[in-house]
Design a binder for this molecule. Structure first.
Ligand code: PRX
Length: 656
């Protein structure tokens, strides 16, 4: 663990925040979950979760609610269910087949309206097609798709077959996809010719081909979205419209064990190798459905819900696919970027579909703030009744802007803390109960046990700061890291092994009321626009370029993206520093290795890196340098002021 963010100034600024926003009385009176849930869950946590599990349809009830052999949990063991049936079929069977499940909005302005009955047909056809392509329960299926309805069909078809999916964000590179295919040992890949982004077709198939080459991928199912010409490998590749469309729309679901793997989602850790976070079925779906019901207060007959995340992240899994569909939501799904074809696109969509519940990330909110209040002012946003935030700490200023400018000063804002590993929301206000504090995620949800502890695992008193831990197992917890139980135990459970706490990797502070304020990562993981990227991953991408001898990467505070990636590189002997040209080359190289989201904001060529005596790079120093000076794309630091700056800081910086 390298250090504890953030600076004391940020902390005291946050804690000086004394505005309070009690729930609107109408919402509180009708809220799905009231204050009694806390007491109920506290009196018998396991019974509370059993009650939530009964929201789902089970083919056979569980025999034990929780088997906890730390750090391995089994929830609802002995129970049988089909996740896709819970998300789709049961709503149709209950007479809601004509209800819209998805209002899909393509970036170019094309739309598709998909009812629950149609969703059921599409999922069944896709499941039949996957069976024809050889998919059996337990097989891993890779999904590399843009934000099109087929992404949802494909995920649910896998769930229906008990075949865990592994969705890879469409913005990741061929190399990143290949690593994940190999780690998951997948035989099937579902992709598309491309998607629309910023007004242009954005090809995916060439990267999918490059990734699949030489791996165990035997069949590639390709959705036609852009219509652009793409390379096609005879015998391996098949078009979705050829294979899926001719399938029968009936498919008899099998019931699977509650612990049947549902998906693997790769996320960055502190090493260069992403971790395949494994989630299973019954516990995951229980907490996905419960938290969506409790935190968003969804009323399935009247609300229109929109989670503006991508399906490639856990937010898309839990709060586009599994939670909302299990709760029979009507939701909006949008393919593109917020500024295409104009910067009011989000607000236009909200006006068009009369969206009532919106869930997005602080980075996006801060971008909207930068673009100006006059843009949302042109649209009717009066349908909104609740706003959610996720992915990174939301600063009070952005929180207030979100509530006032987007929510018209009426809407509660729920700041939801969770992780790929937790599977679902863990810490959040309840919109009908909590008096909200701008910038604080506040308290653990009913049934969830979180605390802030010091380095010895001792809970800090109110007003103290330390490490965020989860002190009891929860239904949607990760069940492991795919293929690496040791790394699972080591990463999450060894830091506070004595206490048996799950260590989240985040710093947090308890205020005088015991409310939680999240302070960002305390490990070598950066959070750029709400996306996790490890410093080591970017460093190893940089050193894989023949011009680079050594690299050190830090996340520096960025007013819009939360953190920005700053790389310090030492060139190989004989390599000329070509200035901006070199920086551009290296940025492109990182984009090719990982994906454009991992491109460093700045690259600084340095003659040496500050290291401890044991050879560990002193990132804290580098972060100070990155934050204290606005430097150009490339600065040659040979004997220059930056090294002087580092030297000047040396005496006051503790070795980590
Ligand atoms: O540092 C925390 C931050 O995002 C990390 C989890 O990232 P990921 O697994 O990609 O999942 C993002 C979407 C759930 C956490 O360890 N984080 C997430 N939500 C918040 C947050 N930090 C502060 N406040 C939040 N609401």
């Amino acid at each position: 663990m390298s250090d504890m963010p953030p600076s004391k100034d940020t902390l005291s600024n946050l804690l000086a925040e004394d505005r309070r926003f009690p729930p609107p009385s109408g919402l509180a009176a009708e809220a799905n979950v009231t204050a009694s849930a806390y007491a109920e869950a506290a009196s018998d946590r396991i019974a509370f979760w059993e009650e939530q599990a009964r929201r789902l349809d089970w083919g056979r009830p569980w025999t034990s609610a929780l088997e906890w052999d730390p750090p391995f949990a089994k929830w609802f063991n002995g129970g049988l269910l089909n996740v896709a049936v819970n998300a789709v079929d049961r709503h149709v069977d209950a007479g809601h087949g004509d209800q819209v499940a998805i209002h899909w909005e393509g970036e170019p302005g094309d739309t598709r309206t998909i009812t629950y009955a149609q969703l059921k047909d599409e999922v069944c056809k896709a499941a039949n097609a996957l069976v024809e392509l050889g998919v059996r329960a337990g097989d891993r299926v890779m999904i590399y798709l843009p934000m099109i309805p087929e992404a949802v069909f494909a995920m649910l078809a896998c769930a229906r077959l008990g075949a865990p999916h592994s969705v890879v964000f469409g913005g990741f590179s061929a190399e990143a996809l290949r690593n994940r295919i190999e780690d998951a040992r997948a035989r099937i890949l579902i992709t598309a010719d491309g998607g629309f982004r910023r007004g242009k077709p954005n090809a995916l198939k060439p990267a999918a081909d490059e990734a699949a080459e030489g791996t165990g991928i035997e069949r590639v199912l390709v959705v036609r979205r852009t219509g652009e010409a793409v390379p096609f490998t005879e015998g391996r590749d098949v078009w979705w419209h050829d294979v899926v469309d001719r399938q029968p729309s009936a498919h008899t679901p099998e019931y699977f064990d509650a612990e049947q793997p549902l998906f693997i989602l790769y996320t960055s850790g502190t090493t260069a190798k992403p971790k395949g976070i494994l989630h299973t079925s019954g516990g995951y779906l229980t907490q996905a459905a419960y938290t969506h019901h409790a935190v968003f207060d969804l009323k399935p007959d009247t609300d229109v819900y929109w989670c503006a995340a991508d399906i490639g992240w856990v937010t898309g899994h839990t709060y586009i696919v599994y939670g909302p569909l299990a709760n029979r939501a009507t939701q909006v799904m949008y393919e593109g970027t917020p500024d295409t074809p104009h910067r009011g696109r989000f607000w236009e969509i909200i006006q068009k579909y009369k969206v009532t519940l919106l869930y997005t990330a602080p980075t996006t909110i801060r971008t909207f703030m930068k673009w100006g209040d006059d843009i949302p002012a042109k649209f009717d946003l009066s349908s909104l009744r609740l706003l959610g935030s996720v992915g990174e700490p939301i600063n009070p200023e952005a929180w207030i802007w979100y509530r006032d400018t987007i929510g018209g000063g009426r809407t509660p804002v729920v700041d939801t803390w969770w992780q790929t590993e937790t599977g679902a929301i863990m810490i959040s206000p309840l919109p009908g109960v909590t008096a909200a504090k701008p910038g604080s995620a506040q308290v653990a949800l009913p049934g969830i046990a979180a605390d802030v502890v010091d380095g010895d695992g001792v809970p800090v008193p109110d007003g103290g700061g330390g490490y965020l831990v989860l002190t009891e197992p929860w239904p949607s917890m990760l069940r492991g890291i795919w293929g690496d139980p040791e790394r699972y135990a080591d990463t999450y459970w060894s830091r506070f092994a004595e206490q048996g706490f799950y260590f989240a990797g985040d710093g947090a502070k308890k205020d005088g009321d015991g409310d939680l304020w999240l302070l960002g990562r305390v490990d070598d993981v950066m959070n750029v626009s709400g996306h996790r990227i490890s410093t080591t991953e970017v460093e190893s991408a940089l050193v894989s370029n023949p011009q680079v001898a050594e690299a050190a990467v830090v996340g520096a505070t960025d007013p819009t993206t939360g953190q920005g990636i700053v790389a310090f590189v030492i060139l190989r002997g004989g390599t000329a520093d070509k200035g901006p040209e070199l920086a551009a080359e290296l940025r492109e190289h990182v984009a090719r290795e990982i994906g454009p989201i991992a491109k460093p904001r700045q690259i600084l060529v340095v003659p040496e890196l500050p290291k401890t005596r044991s050879g560990k790079i002193m990132r804290r120093l580098l972060r100070d340098v990155a934050e204290n000076r606005s430097l150009g794309d490339v600065t040659t630091l040979q004997d220059s002021s930056v090294m002087d700056l580092i030297a000047a800081k040396l005496p006051t910086s503790k070795e980590d």
